[in-house]
Design a protein around this ligand. Structure first.
Ligand code: AMP
Length: 594
């Protein structure tokens, strides 16, 4: 089910995409047949199919499952049992996901062949971009990519994040270099296990090659902004490195050091002075365009929970397009954005029908059915699961995948909405991850609800010269009535002006006004929820939260700020950095719905 093609051949590549989307239904059926032919005799599938390799039997007998149901099988493989309990192809490594189970990262099986599938997927991104942006072969990409140290399971299998696995693979390191995939970061800087050294060296290389850079980016918006923050905090040191032609002494990783020195080449005081001049200006608005003047776009995912970074990216990018190219996960890569220049709020992903077998569990706008499933009442809902080509425009679904790597009817936990079709292939907007909620009483606030409310409330900061750079929340229930607590990291556009009490109280009320009617009822009529609180934290507090999460097992590349934090140690990380506490002064408007 892998189609080989030359990503430099624009016509052939676009024809392939056309073929994939036109024949989405047929390809999906073939994918499922392939998977069943290979894997029906695995212990897992045999338990349901008893050797029958039939698609209808699969749909009838194989249950839709959560991680908890497959975890015992994956744990057995991690502990040394043969792969064939779930996959006829050997499981070659385990991928640690950003999702957690019982406080620990989930681990997903993968095979050597899957790297071909990922390469196929990445290769499709090139011709799609070439369709919309000319001349990408006339320069380089400054992509800030990172690896995380891996751990070995009792069986000796490697467990590491999916991107680490890919960057360390021969597929990435020995990729056929073509004019479209030349990066400013030498591989040895990307592969450096120390993320600070890696960051410093990749930025240094990007600065030295500034005139060649045509696009900048990272995987997720948060990682890119972390790099900008590093640049903001360390530009003097980076400039000293450029001026002297020497890399800082604390860069001790030999490979990284010598890779950078090859790029640094010679002292360049002219370049150092130019960068210093730009960086020492009061405002960093549009800094990316100033430092990397040929940049055509910023390549970062800004959909889902990353959407809140859009204003900050627009501030630093000075109007550069923000491009979300792909949607994927540790389980498998899903889809690509066929209209990359569209506005971030309109991004939709076309799932590639040869990546896995996709099914969709209908959920209503309040995602209630997915919720019911997660509460264990599988019942008839499983029968409502539909195929890729049968989803309906405007409807929301939870994504379920059957992969080539041993996951069968697995709930990814993402809620997607159908926004259109490309030939027979549906296009999906990413709505939210299931089950990210705040709740005090009968209220249930989703990640998306919170994002909407915060998006409105933060507008109140702008006239006062402040930008909300990060937020998270938790349900404070240690006193009665409980209340929502939001941690906000607020940045002054110019100087160091502190936030104003009246403005922050207005923000608290604006958040409440935007929350749903059940919340407002509990707060206004029932009094079961207390006034919403915003705790403003010092700049850098969310970096500390990330460091904390990374130290507890998250990956730097895949890290996304949790919009709701549940563990006390994580709350304490932010609590230590609180500089102001503000409460809503009055209950929000509420009236009974007719
Ligand atoms: P992980 O398995 O840790 O790589 O996380 C994968 C999850 O990240 C997906 O299931 C989504 O919830 C989220 N994700 C990945 N790509 C995107 C995207 N383009 N837009 C929104 N969320 C995404």
């Amino acid at each position: 089910m892998l189609f080989y093609f030359d990503p430099n051949d624009q016509q052939e590549s676009m024809k392939l995409i056309e073929n994939l989307t036109e024949n989405a239904g047929k390809i999906q059926q073939q994918v499922l047949k392939d998977i069943l032919n290979r894997n029906s005799d695995t212990e897992y599938l045999h338990g349901f199919l008893h050797g029958v390799r039939d698609v209808h039997q699969f749909k009838k007998s194989v249950p839709v499952v959560d991680y908890e149901q497959i975890k015992p099988y994956i744990d057995r493989i991690a502990n040394g049992e043969p792969s064939n309990i779930i996959s006829s192809e050997p499981i070659t490594e385990l991928l640690t996901s950003s999702g957690t189970s019982g406080g620990k990262p989930k681990i997903m099986p993968t095979t050597a062949k899957e790297l071909d599938r990922k390469t196929f997927f990445y290769n499709l991104l090139i011709p799609v971009m070439n369709q919309y942006v000319e001349g990408l072969d006339e320069g380089k990409a400054m992509y800030l990519l990172f690896v995380k140290p891996e751990i070995s399971t009792p069986s000796g299998l490697m467990a590491r994040p999916v991107l680490t696995s890919y960057y360390k693979s021969d597929h990435f390191r020995h990729r056929p270099l073509n004019k479209f995939n030349i990066y400013t970061s030498p591989d040895d800087t990307i592969l450096c296990p120390d993320s600070k050294q890696s960051m410093h060296c990749q930025l240094l290389c990007g600065l030295v090659q500034r005139k060649e850079v045509l696009r900048v980016g990272a995987i997720f918006a948060s990682a890119f902004l972390r790099a900008i923050k590093y640049f903001e905090d360390h530009w003097l040191e980076l400039c000293t490195n450029i001026r002297t032609g020497q890399v800082s002494k604390w860069i001790t990783d030999d490979r990284c050091r010598s890779a950078v020195l090859k790029v640094l080449n010679k002292p360049d005081s002219e370049l150092a002075s130019l960068i210093e001049m730009e960086c020492s200006k009061d405002s960093w608005e549009g800094i990316i365009k100033k430092i990397w003047p040929r940049t055509k776009y910023i390549d970062v995912i800004v959909t889902g929970s990353m959407a809140q970074y859009i204003p900050l990216l627009e501030f630093y990018g000075g109007g550069l397009p923000l491009i979300s190219t792909m949607y994927g996960s540790s389980e498998c890569y899903f889809g690509i954005n066929l209209e990359p220049l569209c506005s971030p709020s309109e991004v939709s992903y076309t799932l590639l029908p040869n990546m896995a077998y996709f099914e969709f569990l209908p959920v209503d706008h309040d995602y209630e059915e997915a919720q019911a499933l997660s509460n264990g009442s599988l019942s008839s809902l499983q029968n409502r699961v539909v195929d890729l080509v049968d989803v309906q425009l405007g409807h929301c679904y939870e994504l379920i995948v059957t992969t080539f790597t041993g996951l069968y009817r697995y709930r990814v936990g993402d809620i997607l909405m159908v926004t259109g079709f490309n030939n027979a292939a549906p296009q999906f907007q990413f709505m939210q991850r299931r089950n990210v909620v705040l709740s005090i009483d009968t209220d249930k606030t989703s990640e998306e609800d919170l994002l909407k409310a915060v998006t409105q409330a933060k507008l109140l900061l702008q006239p006062h010269g402040h930008i909300l750079t990060e937020y998270t929340s938790y349900a404070e229930t240690s006193s009665l009535p409980g209340h929502y607590v939001l941690f906000w990291e607020v940045k002054a556009k110019g100087g160091n002006e502190p936030v104003n009490k009246e403005v922050m109280e207005a923000c608290c009320m604006a958040v409440e006004a935007r929350l749903d009617s059940v919340y407002r009822r509990c707060r206004s009529r029932d009094g079961s929820i207390g006034p919403l609180e915003i705790r403003v934290v010092k700049c850098g507090a969310f970096d500390e939260l990330m460091d904390f999460c990374v130290a507890s097992g998250s990956s730097v590349n895949q890290y996304k700020t949790p919009r709701c934090i549940k563990t006390l140690p994580a709350i304490q990380v932010l609590e230590r950095m609180v500089v102001g506490r503000f409460f809503s002064r009055e209950a929000p408007f509420w009236e009974p719905q007719r």
